[in-house]
Ligand binder design. Structure first.
Ligand code: RFL
Length: 394
């Protein structure tokens, strides 16, 4: 078999690259280890920045998103027993789209496979990437039905297989630098079958630890509770979860969170990494395969989409007109936004976790940082720009 491009991984990054290639009639093969049903239901992100939604729209990939997403124009911080609403929509004229990742993935698979006629194999095993130093790379995998090894020759490989994939591991260690940051903090990530208690994202900055509420739909709400890294979700029975949420999100005159069955409960250790360069020979990494950003600032899926737009367009230019400039500048163009978002996540982490550090000095500076957002219009404007990812240029 031969395809101009093999895309490894059918997450937001891989499916967006595949859709861009198909729109330009470039053939590609997407390889995914999970089943279609699984990826269409895997709950994760929900916040899509406006530029990312417009980027999807421009490529014909946002019809359902624009119809069904909720628009968010404010978030609310709770600290010192009070609530502080931050109306970023009024400040900037820009907003967030809230559209759960499984819905976006469902739209992207349908468009790629059913509408644009793209090739995709689900349930493949043991994917390997070969000969990246040559201009004739190939990819092999085990076919789920027959158990046979399959070989696919190609010109380019898009490594979009997320944080635990094979693409990053295929890079020769002496040719890449992986910068890592560990926050030493865990978050208990919860999905509750309950309506949100406020119409916007809530951030509770409390001495007992951070708590967050992210509305997902009228029936389902995501909550986060700071916990020790590596904590066992079994340490968090229903009663303990709701009493901590009430405490940490509590403020004068607000209703307590509406209780509901917890349908997801897992501990995430907060850490980041960035692979530089994101390219080796004919392998181009995109999304979480290249850089992980802890879900502190809800940036991961947005960065995955940013990479995918650049990579998809660059591959189309190379394969249809022989123009190499997009591929040559790819890593640098992605990494400017990646590092900017990493820096913001690190800054925001102190806002979320500083009051619970058990250190009165850090608690004092954290509260000063929070108050500044509500007393200095300049600080508020800078925060809004980073929160929304609206900086004009990278
Ligand atoms: P994905 O989505 O992980 O997709 C990678 C795909 O590759 C498959 N795969 C393989 N396929 C072939 N061969 C292999 N060897 C393979 N190994 C893996 C996987 O099955 C999968 O289908 O990566 P992608 O496309 O780069 O997208 C990244 C985003 O999914 C990720 O950044 C976000 O989910 C992060 N994130 C959030 N991002 C936001 O922008 N806003 C949010 O609100 C937000 N909330 C979150 C999040 C991530 C979370 N978790 C679980 C880490 C909340 C959570 C809880």
């Amino acid at each position: 078999h031969r395809f101009p491009v093999v895309v490894v991984g059918a997450g937001p990054a891989g499916l967006t690259v595949g859709n861009i290639l198909r729109a330009a009639s470039v053939d590609c093969l997407v390889l995914e280890t999970e089943t279609r049903e699984f990826i269409e239901q895997r709950p994760r992100a929900g916040v899509i920045e406006e530029w990312a939604a417009r980027g999807l729209e421009k490529r014909g990939l946002a019809r359902n998103l624009l119809d069904r997403a909720e628009l968010h124009t404010a978030c609310e911080f709770r600290f010192d027993g009070e609530r502080y609403r931050f109306p970023y929509g009024e400040l900037t004229g820009s907003h967030h789209f809230v559209y759960p990742q499984p819905l976006l993935v469902t739209d992207l698979v349908r468009e790629y496979a059913d509408v644009r006629g793209g090739h995709i194999r689900f349930g493949v095993r043991d994917v390997r990437i070969h000969l990246l130093d040559t201009d004739r790379p190939w990819v092999s995998y085990t076919c789920p039905e027959t158990g046979e090894r399959q070989v696919v020759h190609c010109d380019f490989v898009a490594g979009c297989d997320g944080a635990r994939g094979v693409s990053r591991a295929s890079l020769p260690p002496e040719r890449v630098r992986i910068a890592r940051h560990d926050y030493g903090i865990g978050w208990l990530a919860l999905l509750a079958e309950a309506p949100p208690s406020a119409d916007c994202v809530l951030f509770g900055c409390h001495a007992r630890g951070f708590a967050g509420q992210m509305p997902r739909s009228p029936e389902v709400t995501r909550y986060y509770l700071q916990c020790p890294p590596g904590d066992d979700p079994e340490n968090w029975p229903h009663e303990r979860v709701w009493s901590e949420l009430r405490e940490r999100l509590g403020a004068a005159g607000v209703p307590p969170p509406a209780e509901g069955r917890l349908i997801e409960k897992r501990v995430l250790d907060m850490h980041d990494y960035v692979v530089e360069p994101m390219v080796h020979g004919r392998l181009f990494l995109a999304g979480d395969a290249a850089h992980l950003v802890a879900p502190i600032a809800a940036k991961g899926m947005n960065l995955a989409l940013h990479d995918a737009f650049l990579l998809g367009d660059a591959l189309v230019a190379r394969l249809t007109t022989g123009d190499d400039s997009g591929l040559d500048g790819y890593a640098q163009a992605c990494l400017r936004r990646v590092w900017d978002y990493q820096e913001f996540s690190q800054w925001l982490s102190e806002v979320y976790h500083g009051t619970a550090a058990g250190n009165p000095f850090r608690a004092g500076t954290t509260l000063a940082r929070l108050r500044r957002l509500f007393t200095s219009p300049t600080a508020a404007a800078a925060f809004a720009e980073q929160y929304l990812g609206t900086a004009a240029r990278y």
